[in-house]
Ligand binder design. Structure first.
Ligand code: F6P
Length: 549
């Protein structure tokens, strides 16, 4: 048994779960008219309601004791002060320093990281200004019209999601494209839309060795040279790099004056706050990018200073642990009722699942409890017409976060009220359900005969008691988005601390990289392969026998 599952508070939570598991939320609301006020609060322009959960005040007390037992407060301070909490890579975890606004020094290996951060941010700001004003010109003297970010994982998902979410704020006359997949279709279809005279390729890679990114960047470079008379000199006006690896950038053929640096203490999935955010700054303007950072900084202060019982990321994390480890929920849905947040769950999947998809704890032992859930979701109301059936009437319990703006950036006719009515209505329906009597009355009222009622009755019953958190925000601004992203980053952090895992490495991704490298060389020779298991050999050899037929 691990120290966690052996601990008194874990056992208390288990007994409490057995007491409360069949409790109906609807009865809890009935018994306590103040429940909404007890389990909701406002922070800045965000309202957080967690009253529609299968919890009582005792649940929250016990969950907070769990956080205290894990020394959460101490770990938060360790992260913010630059301690090397990424123990398997011996690195600090300092994405929070990238958005720090109070100027306090943060030291890593004896040097203050803030002046370095400021200097890269100033370089980004100047570069944006030059691109927007047309001072930065392509080889033939034309202004940049298209930014193409070439990167994958954290060097793609964050910037791609933020650019999409904040397109309302985009600078006029500038398009942004994201190429990530090594499938040649991605780069080919993107190149078709581009003019080599006005394109700017942003090669984004922390390591600058990632196979997919280097393959796509090489293809982009070849395309560019072919289209522009093979003059290598032209490259410097059309290729820039965002990386920690100056040597590899140089070897690729990008002038290091056109490189925007970041550091190994910025994890890939937390890197949109670093130079990796340059496509965002180019697309929405540096001032708006800075507001995104400002929003995240405000949430950092809230996370660091608010008591746990009034702390949005901490509560979200604890509720996630409650459902994951005690109710046995294996997945967690995130449903933004905001079309601009269409890519939010793609981004959160990497953030959460790459961070907490771990079965070994910080002591190197296999855990005897479940860790990170599967994160998924799509915007409402579309989601209502696809997977909501399973959330309402499926056999699994799926906790969910619902997010929605109070003001819509596109306030047309009744659209936003319709959207809101679905947002409010779904969380209510998930909580309340619809019992047999209600269904019976409804069917009788609409004149359905009794023999038909017998057949249909149970199909129309909703058991309800499905937990949701509601996050209402004033409107989608760069600052607000910064706050939302920081909420989820810190939620993932807190859960990693409770589960005693290192949320900052990603060894699980390495195996695939190694295997693909070996097989690639085998694909290049005509001979049959016999170095793998018979299924893999069979598949490779079948491919070889069929290609170019
Ligand atoms: O997928 C693994 C990973 O290491 C991610 O953590 C990272 O975001 C991605 O690869 C891209 O890595 P890089 O920025 O070094 O190209």
């Amino acid at each position: 048994m691990s120290l966690l599952t052996e601990s008194k508070v874990w056992k208390d939570l288990n007994s409490h779960y057995n007491e409360i598991k069949s409790t109906k939320m609807i009865d809890l609301f009935e018994a306590d008219k103040d429940r909404f006020n007890k389990f909701s609060f406002e922070f800045d322009d965000i309202f957080f309601d967690y009253s529609k959960n299968i919890i009582t005040e005792k649940t929250i007390e016990l969950l907070i004791s769990l956080a205290e037992q894990s020394d959460l407060k101490i770990w938060i301070e360790k992260m913010f002060s630059g301690a090397k909490i990424n123990i398997t890579e011996n690195r600090a975890v300092l994405h929070v320093a990238l958005r720090q606004k109070n100027g306090d020094s943060v030291y890593v290996d004896g040097w203050d990281v803030l002046p370095k951060i400021k200097s890269v941010q100033n370089k980004m700001k100047d570069f944006c200004k030059n691109v927007h004003s047309g001072l930065w010109q392509g080889y033939s003297g034309k202004k940049v019209t298209d930014i193409v970010n070439i990167g994958i994982g954290g060097s793609d998902l964050g910037p791609a999601m933020v650019c999409d979410a904040l397109k309302y704020y985009a600078v006029e006359g500038l398009n942004v494209h994201f190429v990530s997949n090594v499938d040649g279709t991605h780069i080919s279809e993107t190149l078709k839309k581009l003019n080599p005279e006005t394109v700017l390729f942003v090669v984004a890679s922390k390591t600058f060795t990632t196979q997919e990114t280097i393959a796509n960047a090489t293809t982009a470079k070849k395309w560019f040279l072919e289209k522009t008379g093979n003059n290598e000199k032209n490259i410097e006006k059309h290729f820039i790099a965002l990386s920690t690896n100056e040597e590899a950038v140089k070897n690729f053929g990008i002038n290091t004056n056109n490189m925007f640096e970041f550091w190994n203490w910025v994890g890939g999935r937390f890197s949109l706050w670093s130079a990796i955010g340059l496509p965002i700054a180019l697309y929405i303007g540096y001032d708006n990018y800075d507001k995104l950072l400002e929003g995240a900084y405000k949430m950092d202060l809230h996370f660091r200073n608010a008591p746990f019982e009034k702390n949005i990321p901490v509560l979200l994390a604890l509720l996630g642990v409650w459902y994951n480890n005690f109710f046995g929920c294996r997945t967690y849905a995130i449903i933004p009722y905001d079309q601009y947040l269409e890519k939010l769950t793609d981004y959160l999947q990497q953030l959460d699942m790459e961070s907490n998809g771990k079965y070994v704890d910080k002591n190197g032992e296999f855990v005897d409890y479940t860790t990170g859930p599967v994160i998924w979701g799509k915007p409402g109301t579309n989601a209502q017409h696809s997977f909501f059936q399973l959330i309402h009437q499926g056999t699994q319990l799926i906790p969910a976060d619902f997010l929605c703006p109070i003001e819509n950036l596109n306030d047309i006719g009744e659209h936003h009220q319709i959207l809101l009515s679905n947002f409010f209505g779904q969380t209510e329906a998930l909580m309340k359900g619809k019992n047999e009597n209600e269904v019976l009355l409804e069917l009788r009222k609409s004149g359905v005969p009794d023999d038909k009622i017998k057949i249909i009755l149970n199909h129309k019953v909703f058991q309800g008691n499905k937990p949701t958190n509601s996050i209402l925000y004033q409107k989608l601004t760069p600052e607000l988005l910064g706050k939302i992203l920081a909420i989820y980053e810190h939620k993932v952090f807190v859960q990693g601390i409770i589960w005693n895992i290192n949320s900052f490495d990603q060894w699980g991704v390495e195996l695939g990289k190694q295997l693909a490298g070996k097989i690639l060389s085998e694909l290049k020779i005509p001979d049959k392969i016999s170095s793998h298991d018979c299924s893999t050999n069979g598949l490779i050899n079948y491919y070889k026998s069929k290609k170019n037929k």
